[in-house]
Design a protein around this ligand. Structure first.
Ligand code: SF4
Ligand code: SF4
Length: 150
């Protein structure tokens, strides 16, 4: 079967998204924020600490991949004072949301995401081409396991 081109996608007219900074995706239900080795280096450098210290303070390893620690109340360890403390260098998983394969797979999955994220469907219009580029980035950078993400 021929691969679907962006022009054939259901979101050919583009999709709107603008984070409303509600914090819902950084708190609440249990989940994982996967980080690659490159990302841990970047974040540790941003925080001015060694990789060893970063690993001890901020990482857990549920299986074969590293994930940021989740606090007992469900918050990501970097979510304090109603904002992300590493926003400039947040992991690709956070940067590419909500333009994930699983979310843009269909209009139904996009609408499901809209119920959990008030930024979906609002603000900036991303063209189909821009969405494809973000999906490519997500696939390239996010080699996360197929466990339920945050
Ligand atoms: S749930 Fe959506 S609007 Fe709220 S912080 Fe996350 S991305 Fe932003
Ligand atoms: S790294 Fe930042 S954006 Fe990502 S889940 Fe944690 S607090 Fe939220």
């Amino acid at each position: 079967m021929q691969a679907r081109t962006p022009a054939l996608r259901w979101y050919v007219e583009g999709l709107r998204f603008e984070c409303q900074r509600c914090g819902a995706c950084c708190t609440g239900e249990p989940g994982y924020v996967w980080v690659t080795d490159e990302e841990t280096q970047t974040i540790a450098q941003f925080l001015g600490i060694s990789l060893g210290e970063f690993g001890k303070k901020y990482l857990r390893r549920p299986g074969s991949h590293d994930s940021l620690i989740e606090l007992p109340d469900g918050r990501c360890i970097f979510y304090t004072g109603n904002s992300c403390q590493i926003y400039a260098v947040r992991p690709s998983q956070c940067r590419t949301f909500p333009f994930w394969q699983t979310v843009v797979a269909s209009s139904e999955s996009w609408q499901r995401c809209q119920k959990a994220c008030p930024g979906v469907g609002k603000g900036k219009l991303f063209s189909a081409k821009e969405i494809e580029q973000i999906l490519q980035t997500d696939m390239r950078e996010n080699r996360r396991p197929k466990l339920y993400p945050r």
